[in-house]
Design a protein around this ligand. Sequence first.
Ligand code: BDR
Ligand code: CA
Length: 327
Amino acid sequence: MPNTEEQTRQVGLSPATAVKPTRLIIDCDPGIDDAVSIALAVGSPELEILGITTVAGNVGIQETTTNALGLLAAFGRDEIPVAAGAHRGLVRTKADHRFVHGENGIGGVDLAPARRTVNSEHAVDFLSNILSRHGPRSVTIAAIGPLTNIAMLLALRPELIDNIEELVIMGATAGGGNITPVAEYNTWADPEAAQRVFTTVGLKIRLLELQITRRATVDQGVVATMRAESPRGDLLADMIDGYEDRTPDGQPLHDALAIAAIVDPTLIETRPASVEVNTHSDSQRAETVFDFGPAAANSNLQVAVEFDLKRFRELLIARVAGPVQGE
Ligand code: BDR
Ligand code: CA
């Protein structure tokens, strides 16, 4: 693949990491940090993107799907199939996060309409078919929106759990929330789905929760560098300008940390834990209770407890600046 060695050198990955692409499906709700995640993925030779599935989350299902198609077209990868999924949570009615991501979900940026249309299969069928086609532990899923599609997949096709190499999730919080004082947005949008997914036996999960992802920031210098490096970076910088999620250290690109952790697992440090989601109380809706104690030592769920911000930012810049893979 073009420039693989150069990109590997720039971000300090081992060559071995770069030569064996991870088959990946991104389940998402674009979303500004979802858009950056897709850009990071298409710029990463470590990944073979088998498809994108969409879910209602930051905006409605039609908008998240239109955004996914438009982003792939803008990045020159519109051969990647997009399948639309759930239009609301399993139990809860529609939620949205427009006050953070803008009315259209991508900071008011107008993307050229995509020529390619959405796949005829529902996202859950699309996921099932891809998992069936590949062997055991063959496909990684990055779930960076509400977990509705994933919970439906696990409920409908439990025999396919073995074919999931790993599920990497952005969601939950081990501290305060970003939609209520106790809840993280993706988990709050569909707490019943999250509880189902987090408690699935035999499913290997890495979880990037809010206290870690809110530190995965880009400051003005990083955004300016992205803008200067490529048309793709310029487009993302326009979106980030309209992103209302801000911390004193910059704007947190929560979802992009999940993709970065797949590209380079050494970026994050994890500990085994179990997680319970509050699905009973309205005031504490979607509060997540983590247990890192001895009872969780053999848990199939690993929670990120630390990451390297400098290397995360370097990876982001390198992959947004470099060539799109598979163009
Ligand atoms: C999560 O919620 C959404 O706003 C972001 O896209 C991210 O997936 C952060 O809590
Ligand atoms: Ca998201």
